[in-house]
Every structure is written in structure tokens, then in C-alpha cells.
Design a protein around this ligand. Sequence first.
Ligand SMILES: [Zn+2]
Ligand SMILES: [Zn+2]
Length: 178
Amino acid sequence: MRIDVSDLKKSPGESIQVELSSPLPEFEFNGEKLIFNGPVRASLEVTNTGKALLVEGEVRGVLEVRCARCLEPFRWPVETTLNEVYYPADNEEAAVVDPAEEEYQEWIPFTGDVLDVTPEVLKSIMLALPMRFLCDENCRGLCPRCGRNLNVAECSCPGEDVDPRLMVLKDMFKDVNR
Ligand SMILES: [Zn+2]
Ligand SMILES: [Zn+2]
């Protein structure tokens, strides 16, 4: 996701609006590979503050995920904001930052006429994701005994309400007693 800033770089005080739409590669999140269903879109305003380029706006995409309980695949729309400051690393004068202002420590260097915001877009998406994906807050998950998806149909296993974590404990004790 690249922004041509060749003109904006020369115009302190100016802003431009950009609409980006780009396929992004799969990425790893909590040990799982996640892929996007279609392009990631960003509506951004880029402002030349005189010292740096301020990039602000909305980022939207849809991920293909799997429910942590029933393992069914489903789509997870993600909407988040981007708020980053890029400074031209090839212009020392412009890179002068005021260390008293903490936010400046977050400034990101760039060179040339093109701003590649892909890493920051991905980062903002990852920060907006939950620890685990649930197809529904009330997802009943899989039967720990037969593995049937309990959202689809009841199974006839006894003791359906057994917590899967307890099942694991039970299995451990079985091993100990062997
Ligand atoms: Zn589910
Ligand atoms: Zn069952």
C-alpha cells in the first residue's frame, strides 16, 4: 500500500486524500496463518506538517478465520484506524524531533517519493483482532467425545457438559494409572 508523496513533500501545510485498495499477504497471528478475503482498503489523509508526513484514516479488510470453539471457517471484518508519522530519513534537517514529545519517538523513517504504509496497516489490523475468534458468543463448540459440531445437532454422548479441559485431565490420570 504505497502513496506517492513527491508533490506533497514539497508543500508544507498541504494535505492530500488517498484511497488505497491492495491485496495483502497472509500473516501470522497467535500461531495461526490468517488470509484476507479480498483487498484491504484504506481511506487516508496525508498531511505535510513541515517536519514530517502525518498519515491518518480508516483501514478496512475481511479475514478468513476459524472459530476457536467449533473450528468452522467464517469471515471476520476488521475496521481500524491508522495514525502514523513518517519523516524523510534522507533529509536530516526535517528529521529533527523534539524528544520532550513522546509521540515523536514513534516516528517512522522513509526515503524517496513513495510512502509504503503496508507494515503499519498490517500492524493496526493485528492490534484490532481479538485473542481468539468465535463464530458466535454462544457457539456451543464441538462435543469433546465425538467431535460433532453442537451448533448443528445434538449428539447422544453421555455427559455432554463435560468441560473439554477436564477431559484432558481425565486422560492424564488414565495414563498415570496405567
Ligand atoms: Zn463456532
Ligand atoms: Zn458427542
